[in-house]
Design a protein around this ligand. Structure first.
Ligand SMILES: Cc1ncc(COP(=O)(O)O)c(C=O)c1O
Length: 392
């Protein structure tokens, strides 16, 4: 790839490999044909590989099913709540960023009985606060593993242990961790895990996946679920490698191709690469004199897929010229979401970035800061990042 080529560093959608685009351009087939069933089967097998082989110690039992959904991960989050929660049920929702809040808002549409465990965006949620909130009658606990809006990774293992002590289900949004970082379905007692196509699965946006363990499958109540999001129906159709309604055929094809490429790389190597590149981004930005945004304390750690950095004082609140200077260099990064707009910027290393692309991201941020009058040393940033790409 040339230094001038467009470089997408947003936390999704992420760059997509040529073979995925080629697969998507193939002639159309019916979603009820054997040809489609084999596409679904390949995509499902690859997605199950990712969900089940992201545990470092040993592989998961594989005692679950990955369902592919027409619709992005928000649909998977909503389907999870809608298939498990009745209007009287108690839900505990952890909120320390935009997507934790989204899960809480979804739950609040389905029951009036939601307890939010909430701290300011970018701060860590103490496990003791979760422990206080979960009750004997709690039906569901929702959390976001990797909070894309702030660059924090929440302690799914700790929350899962607390949930397992009660008779509740545990739904985890793994949208920006599954496929790029450790994710332990069994060890963390996860009942439903959700991910999106356009993040670490390197597929264009539009479809998503939910992994449902065999135990939680028994709790799905098809009669009261929303028609389009009936997970029981999805499970039945998945037995013949179909979806209940018309499938987004090209996206399923792209997904099949993408997850097979992930399988060839292997999750352990892929996770190591994501960790290394996230460390390189952090070191590079620190050497530019920038501060990271999230407060990782208690058991919460920094994300290995999304890096959130505070905009320096002179441009905080008015960063348009900075973002324009990044864009002029043919690189795309993200600003803050919600009330963090104007305060931070975010980059992603999800997918299959080359180390040189990470270094280019650091250099371009340094150059753009320079261009708007913030005194930085782009070469120092690149050198610090390079040290981590080369040595770790
Ligand atoms: C952590 C997390 N959860 C959920 C979503 C929702 O994704 P979508 O807008 O694709 O439904 C996103 C998207 O960025 C995300 O980062």
């Amino acid at each position: 790839m040339d230094d001038d080529d467009f470089l997408l560093l947003n936390p999704g959608p992420v760059p997509v490999r040529e073979s995925v685009l080629d697969a998507m351009a193939e002639p159309m087939v019916s979603h009820r044909s054997a040809a489609f069933e084999s596409i679904y089967e390949r995509a499902q097998a690859g997605v199950e590989y990712v969900f089940e082989q992201s545990t470092p110690t040993e592989q998961a039992t594989g005692d679950g099913t990955a369902l592919l959904l027409n619709g992005t991960a928000t649909m998977g989050m909503e389907a999870t709540v809608a298939n498990l929660v009745g209007s009287e049920d108690h839900v505990v929702a952890l909120v320390n960023g935009k997507f934790g809040r989204r899960f809480a808002r979804i739950a609040e549409r389905h029951t009036d009985n939601v307890t939010r465990v909430e701290v300011p965006w970018g701060e860590s949620i103490p496990l003791s606060a979760v422990d206080d909130a979960v009750r004997p009658d709690t039906r569901l606990v929702t959390m976001v593993h990797n909070e894309t809006s702030t660059g924090l990774q929440n302690p799914a293992w700790g929350v899962g242990r607390l949930v397992a002590d009660h008779d509740a289900y545990f739904a985890v949004d793994g949208v920006t961790s599954v496929g790029g970082d450790v994710f332990c379905i069994d060890d963390w007692h996860v009942d439903v895990a959700i991910t999106d196509a356009q993040k670490a699965l390197e597929t264009p946006p539009g479809i998503s996946a939910v992994y449902v363990t065999s135990e939680v499958q028994n709790a799905f109540d098809g009669a009261s679920a929303p028609f389009y999001e009936d997970l029981d129906w999805h499970l039945r159709k998945a037995e013949s490698h179909q979806t209940p309604f018309t499938s987004a055929v090209p996206l399923f094809r792209g997904m099949a191709e993408a997850v097979e490429a992930i399988e060839r790389e292997g999750m352990p190597a892929r996770i190591d690469r994501h960790h290394r590149q996230a460390r390189a981004f952090r070191a590079g930005f620190a050497a530019l004199g920038l501060d990271r945004f999230p407060e990782a304390s208690d058991h919460t750690v920094l994300s290995n897929t999304v890096t959130a950095i505070e905009l320096p004082e002179p441009i905080r609140g008015d960063p348009a010229a900075f973002f324009a200077a990044v864009e002029e260099r043919n690189v795309s990064i993200s600003g803050g979401q919600g009330h963090l707009s104007g305060d931070i910027f975010r980059v992603s290393n999800m997918g299959s970035l080359a180390d040189e692309q990470v270094l280019r991201g650091v250099r371009v941020v340094g150059e753009a800061l320079d261009a708007v009058g913030v005194d930085t040393d782009p070469a120092a940033g690149v050198a610090a990042a390079r040290e981590l790409t080369e040595t770790s």
